[in-house]
Design a protein around this ligand. Structure first.
Ligand SMILES: Cc1ncc(C[n+]2csc(CCOP(=O)(O)OP(=O)(O)O)c2C)c(N)n1
Ligand code: SF4
Length: 302
């Protein structure tokens, strides 16, 4: 890594004249997506950015034309096309010699499910885009239906007694595209989050960030407990915090303690896990298996 890049990454970004998400937006209290946008705002600093937001709660926050709660230019795209729209914007900025960085801000439905084709295409072409998925593990904007990011055991409006399928491993899918940078972000670890966001903004080519975003409305949890929930998800091993360079070099950034009580508390604090008889015990094997894979990949990193 060059000295200049290292210096930029460790500097505190100057305050943005106005936040990416302004006060007065319509997001629910305690929304993890709002916290993620505030962290992104800090990482962006004064750099010129353009956002692409597909249909999702983030698109509602944009507001009706000519008003907007976003403190940067935003294109609201169709559900499936965020990465394709961002490709166009990034190429126009490059051809005009602009410094603008283009950022997709998308939910899990728009990322794991309906946007996967354009996302995969843009990643394979290594377009100069930062794609951020805030993962609230449901289709929040339309009433909380399951997505392929919904964890096993969680009730949604379309899996009333608890989902039976495992959550997709989105980071592994994106790393398999051999993109320059992919990382998972914990809102409970703000320094690690800032470092990753700044690195992703600096890097050229396709970058992917995955944020676990508590959603009090869909998770049936207390708005004030979002950060605690993320902390428990990280500590229990449910949400690994790691980064992958060039699809090969995997580094685990936060070591969990795999404490059973943390996983039990994570489930107990959310109404969405009450109807399933899966429980913490029923989830352990899949978590352990995922960690065996992560350790193997970390050990075999070139
Ligand atoms: C092709 C298409 N199908 C369905 C919809 C309706 N729709 C709008 S937002 C949304 C859910 C988005 O879920 P997600 O991407 O997870 O973001 P969240 O709402 O949770 O923030 C759906 C189904 C749509 N806009 N376009
Ligand atoms: S439904 Fe969930 S993700 Fe959407 S604004 Fe409310 S808390 Fe945020």
């Amino acid at each position: 890594m060059s000295e200049a890049l290292l210096k930029t990454m460790t500097q505190t970004a100057p305050a943005r004249p106005e936040p990416l998400l302004r006060p007065g937006n319509t997001n629910c209290g305690g929304c993890g997506m709002s916290i993620g946008l505030q962290m992104l705002s800090r990482a962006v600093g004064e750099q010129p950015v353009q956002l692409v937001v597909p249909a999702c709660c983030g698109a509602v926050a944009v507001g009706p034309f000519p008003f907007t709660a976003f403190g940067a230019p935003v294109v609201m795209s169709t559900f499936a096309s965020a990465a394709a729209v961002a490709t166009g914007l990034a190429n126009v900025a490059r051809l005009n010699g602009e410094q603008t960085r283009v950022i997709c801000w998308a939910g899990d439905g728009g990322t794991y499910d309906i946007g996967m084709a354009t996302l995969s295409g843009a990643a394979e072409r290594n377009e100069d885009i930062l794609y951020i998925c805030y993962d609230n593990e449901i289709y929040g904007n339309t009433g909380g239906q399951r997505s392929s990011a919904t964890p096993v055991g969680a009730s949604t409006t379309s899996t009333v007694s608890g989902k039976t399928e495992q959550k997709k491993d989105i980071l592994a899918i994106m790393a398999a595209h051999r993109i320059p940078y992919a990382a998972s972000i914990s809102l409970a670890h703000p320094e690690d989050a800032q470092r990753k966001m700044r690195r992703a903004l600096e890097t050229r080519g396709f970058r992917f960030l995955h944020i676990l975003a508590p959603c009090p409305t869909g998770w049936k949890s207390e708005p004030a407990q979002g950060i605690e929930l993320v902390r428990l998800a990280v500590r229990s091993g449910l949400f690994p915090v790691c980064e992958i360079e060039d699809g090969r070099r995997l580094t685990i950034n936060v070591e969990p303690d795999f404490c059973a009580a943390d996983l039990e508390r994570y489930l107990a604090l959310q109404g969405r896990f009450r109807k399933s008889d899966m429980g913490a015990g029923g989830m352990r094997a899949a978590i352990d298996e995922h960690w065996r894979e992560l350790r193997m990949r970390e050990a075999s990193a070139l």
